[in-house]
Design a protein around this ligand. Sequence first.
Ligand code: A3P
Length: 309
Amino acid sequence: MSQVKTLSYGESIEKAGDTLSRFPLIPIRGTPLMSLIAENFDSIWAFRPDPTDLLIATYPKAGTTWTQEIVDLLYHNGDAEMCKRAPTPTRSPFLEIFSPKPIPSGLDLLETMDPPRMIKTHLPIQLVPPGFWENKCKVIYVARNAKDNLVSYYHFDRMNKTQPEPGPWEGYIPKFMRGELAWGSWYGHVKGYWEEREKRNILYIFYEDMKENPRREVERIMRYLNLSLPDEAISRIVELTTFKSMKENPMANYSCIPNVIFDHSVSPFMRKGEVGDWQNSFTAEQSQLFDEDYEKQMKGANIPFRTLI
Ligand code: A3P
């Protein structure tokens, strides 16, 4: 793995100061994206990955950071110190992110790194730059059940001051159901990657499976990456990527992003990390309406989501 030239996120964000705001969403081919991403979409689409680059794709709040940490540790044989060399977004750049200058974009960061790189994206499959498919890059897709994903996104939109105001909880649920949040429809997102997983050699994994049996899922990722680590290294990775370990790890808990963007006092980035937390937010009536609509939107999809484990 290449070494990353350390760019201080914190300093650049502090400098960007007043230019930061809750950016409006602009649709790109029907998918609402933060305006700076939409305005720069042509350069994102033109990105040419190396065939050795790995793409970690998710709908926001499905377990991206967790998977990035697992993969980085796998690439480094479970070496905890090596994986504390920089915060997550520097070790594993966010492909499409564009912020006001001087904050580096995902593409800026990628230019400073040699392949193989671990690249994060929230883009739905139809907006993933075609170079990833042409170069047959490996892709890990992490999916999380809709209800927990929605609750996590709601709290994230409260604390992330660059995303549109979430408004009250009861109004947020229909926005999710209509696909009006940043990066669009959860339903279309999970189905898009699911339908293409075999043809495009995508490893499709579930947040709930990772919670239920983290070792099994770490090993699954390891095999997909054609790696073979000794048992004790795998055990170490499982331990280093528990919710508790990552919450305490300043290089994995997003404390690198200053309060002007991520206000952890509103809701911490590493919030609860549970399956079934949706039960603390949905009323019985909200749950029923959601489920009825879910049946329609997911008809025929047959993706084995679990809302409880
Ligand atoms: P909650 O808000 O439900 O706590 P992403 O990285 O895609 O933004 O996802 C963030 C969600 O994953 C948050 O969910 C966060 O707490 C959870 N998460 C992050 N690391 C985790 C871990 N090691 N184990 C379980 N959940 C984790």
